[in-house]
Design a protein around this ligand. Structure first.
Ligand SMILES: [Zn+2]
Ligand SMILES: [Zn+2]
Length: 319
């Protein structure tokens, strides 16, 4: 495909409620943006069935869905390949993957995402990033991926405590609780690991900051305990110093939560500290594109956050 060929470029037809873009000879109906409302964006999304075993659809289908829904920009932030075979997830083992083949697939992801960034540049701003892990050996692994692939930004996420997944099944969560010696201790250790990640990686975006509450019914009270709250404040203060952005992660609604990550009390603290918070749909397929983003924007507006969204890796501390 010759992208320099004139037929590649979009044809925009006016007037009408919808613009009709002809991209690569195919039609994409694009919602006309409403200039009075905040721009639709996702700072964390675009996991695809092409490059992730627990997602669906091709990355191009997902990017086209963002265009159709009128998004101004989207950060595509696929999961990193595992540090070692010990961290392959069951679906990856079933799929016959090894750390080596996962790394090759990740390289292909960066290549395809970069092509899509260029192909659709006149319709949407696509940023190409990735989402980290925080398990034994992650530090050198992530830095290696960063220097090899030069992403636009990274999302610093913690999905393990003591190398046990905390966002998988309730049984795995219970195992982590047992290993650490109680739920309060699990929260403390999660936030300590997150602090270490902030120190080492200085990520431009912090993913689903309070994911540790996923399987805890009593999390509202737990987030108020002095030993937990103190750690949350410490981490937020570090995020502020780093000029990083919080992913206001709306996939929580899809996972049975009644509010996004971060929870209301943490959102208030972030606002006081002047930390920017930007919607992330954490999409894992076309069906998840833009899901709950309007609701997320409403919540952020109600809390007084600016909707002049900073762009990670481009606008530093732009709130
Ligand atoms: Zn995922
Ligand atoms: Zn995640």
């Amino acid at each position: 495909m010759n992208y320099a060929h004139p037929s590649f470029y979009m044809i925009i037809q006016f007037p009408g409620k919808k613009q009709s873009f002809s991209i690569l000879q195919r039609e994409v109906d694009v919602k006309q943006p409403d200039p009075t409302s905040a721009a639709l964006v996702s700072i964390h999304g675009g996991h695809s069935g092409e490059f992730c075993c627990h997602a669906s659809d091709s990355l191009e289908e997902i990017v086209r869905a963002y265009i159709r829904k009128g998004f101004e920009w989207v950060g595509i932030t696929e999961h990193i390949p595992p540090v070692s075979a010990a961290f392959l997830y069951p679906d990856e083992i079933e799929g016959g993957y090894t750390p080596e083949s996962m790394l090759a697939r990740f390289a292909e992801y960066i290549s395809v995402a970069s092509k899509l960034q260029n192909r659709y540049r006149d319709a949407i701003r696509v940023l190409v990033g990735f989402e980290t892990e925080c398990c034994t050996g992650y530090e050198a692994h992530v830095e290696g991926l960063r220097s090899r692939f030069q992403p636009d930004y990274i999302v610093g996420s913690v999905h393990h405590v003591r190398d046990i997944p905390i966002d998988g099944s309730p049984a795995l969560y219970a195992r982590a609780v047992e290993e650490v010696g109680g739920i309060d201790a699990l929260f403390c250790e999660y936030f300590d690991q997150q602090y270490a990640l902030l120190e080492v990686l200085q990520p431009e975006v912090v993913g689903h900051f309070d994911l540790i509450r996923m399987h805890d019914q009593d999390y509202h009270g737990r987030l108020e305990r002095p030993e937990v709250k103190g750690r949350i404040r410490r981490n937020l203060e570090r995020i502020k110093e780093l000029g990083s952005i919080l992913d206001f992660n709306l996939r929580a609604f899809e996972k049975g939560g009644s509010e996004p990550y971060v929870s209301g009390s943490i959102l208030e603290m972030a606002f006081e500290l002047g930390i920017p918070c930007v919607p992330g749909d954490d999409s894992h397929g076309v069906a998840g594109v833009g899901l709950h983003v309007r609701k997320g924007i409403d919540i952020l507006e109600q809390h007084g956050f600016s909707t002049a969204w900073p762009i990670p890796g481009v606008t530093r501390d732009g709130n």
